[in-house]
Design a protein around this ligand. Structure first.
Ligand SMILES: [Zn+2]
Length: 240
């Protein structure tokens, strides 16, 4: 490996660390975002349940009014029974009274059902509110932790960035620019090893002639497929 490539691989190693640090920061932040979203969802659930209760209570109040009206109507029909003369009129009135009573009973049953449903919903709201409270406290603690973790990670990052600057100064501007561009467009990998005639960036075979030249160790080429800067270093050398 020639000196320039050696310096470039050192730079890439630092860049890799910086990338890892960046993804660590992102991970910490994302975990927090997920929890925040869950909390917002719970708030929406509480709102929906509360609205449901309001609707049910409104319905119940309307039913109470209807029941009162129906009762008045039944009483009115009952008092009219004294005045009717014919059997036919009596039968008609009796039917009206029966229907009226049946209607009242149905509405009263409905009011009871609503009451039960409302009680269940109130319990659900209570449970969600308790969870919300606990989760909010946890999220606050978690946010504090993540803030500290990110600050520590950023400190590490600054150290690595200083190292990077020093390392980058060892390279000529043109080479550095090429490497930076490749890293941006080639998934963070600008300079790659070639093993067994295969580019370790895109895993495509390179022409044998080029590989033979690479094996001599002092040359470097651009990969014909992915354009990354290629060098050769045997596995044993790399581990040494
Ligand atoms: Zn390649």
């Amino acid at each position: 490996m020639n000196e320039e490539i050696a310096q470039l691989t050192l730079l890439q190693a630092i860049d890799h660390i910086i990338d890892t640090i960046d993804s660590d920061i992102q991970e910490e932040q994302e975990a927090l975002d997920i929890k925040s979203a869950e909390l917002a969802d719970r708030e929406v659930t509480i709102g929906t349940l509360t609205e449901k209760i309001e609707t049910l209570e409104k319905e119940s109040r309307m039913l109470e009014v209807e029941i009162a009206d129906a009762r008045v109507h039944v009483k009115d029909r009952q008092s009219k029974m004294m005045q009717v003369q014919t059997g036919r009129e009596q039968t008609a009135l009796l039917k009206e009274i029966e229907d009226g009573k049946k209607g009242v009973k149905e509405k009263e049953d409905k009011v009871v059902d609503i009451l039960e449903e409302t009680e269940q919903l109130t319990a659900d709201i209570e449970e969600n509110k308790n969870l919300f409270k606990g989760e909010t406290e946890l999220l606050l603690e978690e946010t504090e932790k993540v803030k500290k973790a990110i600050a520590a990670i950023n400190k590490k990052k600054r150290t690595q960035e200083k190292k990077r600057k020093t390392q980058a100064n060892k390279l000529n501007t043109q080479m550095l620019k090429k490497y930076d561009t490749l890293r941006t467009h080639r998934n963070g990998l600008g300079v790659v090893n070639v093993l067994g005639g295969v580019c370790q960036g895109c895993f495509m075979a390179i022409p044998p002639q080029q590989y033979n030249l690479l094996l001599r160790g002092d040359k470097h080429f651009d990969c014909p497929t992915c354009q990354r800067i290629m060098y050769h270093e045997s596995v044993e050398e790399a581990e040494a």
